[in-house]
Design a protein around this ligand. Structure first.
Ligand code: ADP
Ligand code: MG
Length: 163
């Protein structure tokens, strides 16, 4: 079966629901890396996750700061390393110093700093399909930290599974 599930969403709200389902599986210290082109839906998915975790503030890509922090049922950190200087900031700071064992981190364009991510993390790759609102969302578990949770997570994402 492998630790990957491929999903299909048909609207931004459906992608937010996928984000919410992912959020329900998260525990403190988790890292979720999001990849996919500009406009693929990375921020949209994080919006759904944040809302599920009790965040009421609006969630947008952190353009002017490296990390944006939201207060929910636990601290939520939102990072976007699209710009080269952001990658450099993470390199300078060290990814570990960005991590809070009590919170969860969502990192857009996380593939750009793949080697700095902790061994165990969740990878979400989004692709636009032909229709304006259709997206393919691949969710992959990396490292041992997800092994015990994968069956539950993939089950909870089952209703969006691509045919
Ligand atoms: P990214 O962070 O990957 O650059 P955004 O989430 O900021 O992308 O933007 C995605 C845009 O596409 C939003 O305007 C959103 O409303 C729209 N959209 C349309 N359909 C979908 C979908 N199925 N999933 C996610 N976003 C969608
Ligand atoms: Mg974004």
């Amino acid at each position: 079966m492998g630790s990957e599930i491929r999903l299909r969403t048909r609207s931004a709200d459906e992608t937010r629901e996928v984000g919410a389902a992912i959020a329900r599986a998260l525990v403190p210290g988790d890292v979720v890396s999001l990849t996919g082109d500009l406009g693929a839906g990375k921020t949209t998915l994080v919006q759904g996750s944040a809302r599920e975790l009790g965040v009421t503030d609006p969630v947008a890509s952190p353009t002017f700061v490296l990390v944006r922090e939201y207060r929910g049922s636990l601290p939520i950190y939102h990072v976007d390393v699209y710009r080269l200087e952001r990658i450099q900031e993470v390199l300078d700071l060290g990814f570990e110093d960005l991590l809070d064992p009590h919170g969860v981190v969502f990192i857009e364009w996380g593939g750009a700093i793949e080697g700095l991510l902790p061994d165990s993390h969740l990878e979400v790759e989004l692709h636009a399909l032909e229709g304006d609102e259709e997206r393919e969302v691949a969710v992959r578990a990396r490292g041992p930290g997800w092994a015990a949770r994968w069956v539950d997570l993939s089950g909870s994402l089952g209703s969006w599974r691509a045919a």
